[in-house]
Design a protein around this ligand. Sequence first.
Ligand SMILES: [Zn+2]
Length: 71
Amino acid sequence: MASKRRIRRNSCTGKRRYESASQARAAISGLFRRKGFQGYLQAYPCRFCAGYHLGHLPKEKSCGRTHRYRH
Ligand SMILES: [Zn+2]
């Protein structure tokens, strides 16, 4: 079946692709300027399309801090 190949492709289709890390970072700052803070984003190189995408940072580090805020 050829469907497996499709799943792999879909992991980066639909995401915006940038040619370089600096372009991706510029896109992040542009996004913050237009829409406000969107959470901590980072640019990461994509192994599938050899471009860069934007992703949220893993939340592990902030986990301990959120315990302070009890609702
Ligand atoms: Zn990709």
